[in-house]
Design a protein around this ligand. Structure first.
Ligand code: C2G
Length: 131
């Protein structure tokens, strides 16, 4: 079995998230998502996610192309997570291109093109402007 791992917050789920997960799953048989904890998201983006970890986890787990979800507590532990979950492939959006090449000694690293013109930040801005 070929296992794929990916990481992210997946807050205010949108089509870009769905597409990357679906395409990631096509690289193997079992997709594992390292889902940022609320604290990690705060550290990364300077704000709390709109949806709690529990809601984000429930949303991701209900997708047919997501097989497993775990809590990513720290950005520094990627290597440990890759090894712990026995991942053969790490898939990330190309906004991270080159950033995870250091893990090529333990798994294959693939960057997939992002879906243009949509992001959680942009959705939040639009809602703010129109409310
Ligand atoms: N994504 C995409 N197209 C978009 C928006 C996002 O393909 N229009 C992808 C991103 O490239 C990422 C995934 O969806 O691979 C999750 O996006 P985020 O939740 O924004 O994740 P991010 O904050 O980039 O966290 O250490 C890695 C980080 O935890 C990744």
């Amino acid at each position: 079995m070929r296992k794929i791992i990916t990481f992210g917050t997946f807050d205010v789920l949108h089509i870009g998230h769905i597409r990357i997960l679906k395409r990631a799953r096509e690289h193997g048989d079992h997709l594992i998502v390292g889902l940022s904890s609320d604290e990690l998201n705060f550290n990364k983006k300077g704000r709390n996610p709109i949806y709690s970890f529990q809601s984000r986890e429930e949303l991701l787990s209900s997708m047919r192309f997501v097989d497993e979800v775990f809590k990513e507590e720290s950005l520094e532990q990627k290597r440990e997570y890759i090894l712990k979950y026995n991942a053969d492939v790490l898939v990330m959006g190309d906004d991270w291109a080159g950033k995870f090449d250091e893990f090529k000694d333990v798994c294959e690293v693939i960057y997939l093109p992002r879906t243009p013109s949509i992001s959680t930040t942009e959705i939040i801005e639009i809602i703010k402007e129109t409310s």
